[in-house]
Design a protein around this ligand. Structure first.
Ligand code: AMP
Length: 311
């Protein structure tokens, strides 16, 4: 597996109160809300929080490694959050592999793992709905209209329960990261949000818990997403306009066959709005985003790039 920045940050910049052997200790694992709150009080110093849905892979572990460089203690949550799944999505089928996840976390070191049941996170049915705003209404928000409200709710609740100094999220879910940044900024939530670059497998496919749904043949087709992003980035690098960057990426997906495109879009990486006639001019920090179905599995991927937007 490849990771642009998996240079063993943990040992390089481990906090002073963590002995090297601490990284190999099994984390303290709790389930109930009461046990979680009490275990948090036993962690003196700052907390770096990594929220996951489990079925952990090296992308998640990279977030944990980087968390060690930002805080004294690392807390990981493992929770398949029902409020971010719509009826008919893969909530029931989503892989749940807690023992393997704890073993994986032991290799990188985590102080505390909270693996709650839905009733620990939602003791009462929530009455509040959080609107993710314009950042969250298109792309994933269009395909999965209740998804970001569910993400915002669970992230807000877990941040409020945990009160970390830093919370780390992957650029794999770039729109989710943008929505969370918007919530934290607009609501003055007292936490620093850190984005972590995408970790890819050796064949270029972005690591994802959902990759295990792919048959070997589908897995081969899934490589087209990263290839399409790379071709789009190459077009952008030689000055192609946004529409041409998108067309170049689409062509790769179409040529592969068996890749059912949901969207290919180029957004301003700050506003997360499409680069088009109304957007900024000049060299714009952009992100090319793909969502596509391979077989029955919906995959997302993205790549940052600089794009020339002319008047
Ligand atoms: P998930 O378990 O899919 O909800 O992901 C938990 C966190 O890990 C999110 O912040 C994801 O963006 C991040 N993540 C998942 N896959 C990757 C990856 N391949 N590279 C970097 N971060 C990732």
């Amino acid at each position: 597996m490849t990771s642009g920045n998996a240079k063993n940050h943990h040992h390089a910049a481990a906090p002073t109160n963590a002995s090297p052997s601490a990284a190999r200790q099994r984390p303290h694992v709790v389930h109930s809300r009461a046990d979680y709150l009490s275990a948090l009080t036993e962690l003196p110093g700052s907390v770096g929080l990594v929220m996951t849905m489990g079925a952990l892979h090296d992308g998640h572990l990279e977030l944990v490694r980087q968390a060690h460089t930002h805080a004294d203690h690392v807390v990981v949550t493992i929770f398949v959050n029902p409020t971010q799944f719509a009826p008919g999505e893969d909530f029931d089928a989503y892989p749940r592999t807690l023992e393997a996840d704890i073993a994986a976390l032991t290799t990188v070191g985590a102080d505390l793992v909270w693996a709650p049941a839905p009733e620990d996170v939602y003791p009462e049915a929530p009455l509040i709905t959080l609107d993710p705003g314009p950042v969250g209404h298109h792309l994933e928000g269009a395909s999965r209209p209740t998804h970001f409200a569910g993400v915002a709710l669970v992230v807000t609740k877990v941040l409020n329960l945990t009160r970390p100094k830093v919370a780390l999220f992957g650029e794999k879910d770039a729109q989710q990261l943008a929505v969370i940044r918007a919530f934290v900024r607009d609501l003055d939530m007292p936490v620093e949000i850190v984005g972590v670059p995408i970790v890819r497998d050796t064949d270029g496919v972005a690591l994802s818990s959902r990759n295990q749904y792919l048959s070997p043949e589908e897995r081969t087709r899934a490589r087209a997403l990263n290839r399409a992003l790379t071709v789009g980035a190459e077009a952008a690098a030689v000055g192609a306009a946004p529409t041409l960057v998108i067309a170049a990426a689409r062509q790769v997906l179409d040529a592969e066959g068996g890749v059912d495109i949901d969207y290919v879009e180029l957004v301003d990486d700050h506003s997360f709005q499409p680069l088009n006639a109304g957007s900024a001019r000049g060299r714009v920090q952009a992100r090319l985003l793909i969502a596509a179905r391979v077989g029955t599995t919906r995959l997302i991927d993205n790549m940052a790039m600089t794009v020339e937007v002319r008047g």
